[in-house]
Design a protein around this ligand. Structure first.
Ligand SMILES: [Zn+2]
Ligand SMILES: [Zn+2]
Length: 204
């Protein structure tokens, strides 16, 4: 594990650490050209097969992550904290390296890249956590935004008038994400209600 954050500022890590993240997803009409996007704000797509660089949104002239700033690639210690995120479509682990600042619930880093990812039904994820969030289909909205759902929640959405314009097979879209980013699939077999970290989950 890295040295925790010190008064002197973020630690510079020689080895990457693994942490948890969620992303939103967007892609082409056929579901094959897909990109991961940050949950918050109007951030750009995560680059493919090259590290994402933490940038300071406030355009401050400090090294990222800044000590008294919110910049850097964000990732959390546990899955459960991510259940509060808005509209998560993809759950996964991310490698963080370079300058890394540790906080109560996670880290902010200079560099990052996804490691293992899975599409999740966000309604299942909010209700029950990562281990029971598998999805069956992906709703693709106009403009490319993709929302994975399980069949029961797709039915629920249809009943309540949620726009379902185009439906793609989730396994196909997930394979596209894995292929585009050259990463492995995330499989969770232990309930995440314990709030346990990566080491306590069966990630295979
Ligand atoms: Zn900053
Ligand atoms: Zn669901």
């Amino acid at each position: 594990m890295p040295e925790p954050w010190t008064a002197a500022g973020p630690a510079v890590l020689a080895e990457a650490i693994d942490a948890w993240r969620t992303w939103t997803l967007a892609g082409s009409n056929d579901g094959l050209e897909v990109r991961l996007f940050p949950i918050a704000g109007t951030g750009k797509a995560w680059p493919v097969r090259e590290p994402v660089l933490g940038r300071c949104a406030r355009r401050r002239s400090h090294a990222v992550p800044g000590l008294d700033c919110t910049c850097g690639i964000h990732a959390t210690h546990t899955i459960d904290i991510l259940r509060r995120t808005r509209d998560p479509s993809v759950l996964g682990t991310v490698a963080l390296w370079g300058r890394v600042a540790e906080h109560e619930h996670g880290w902010r880093a200079e560099f990052g890249y996804p490691q293992r990812v899975a599409l999740i039904c966000q309604l299942c994820f909010w209700q029950r956590g990562g281990s029971s969030s598998s999805c069956d289909i992906v709703v693709r909205h106009r403009g490319g935004r993709m929302v994975p759902l399980c069949t029961p929640h797709l039915d629920l959405c249809r009943r309540y008038g949620y726009p379902v314009r185009r439906v793609l097979e989730a396994s196909r879209v997930e394979r596209a994400v894995l292929g585009v980013y050259a990463v492995d699939v995330l499989r969770l077999s232990v309930p995440s209600a314990s709030g346990a970290g990566i080491g306590d989950h069966a990630v295979v």
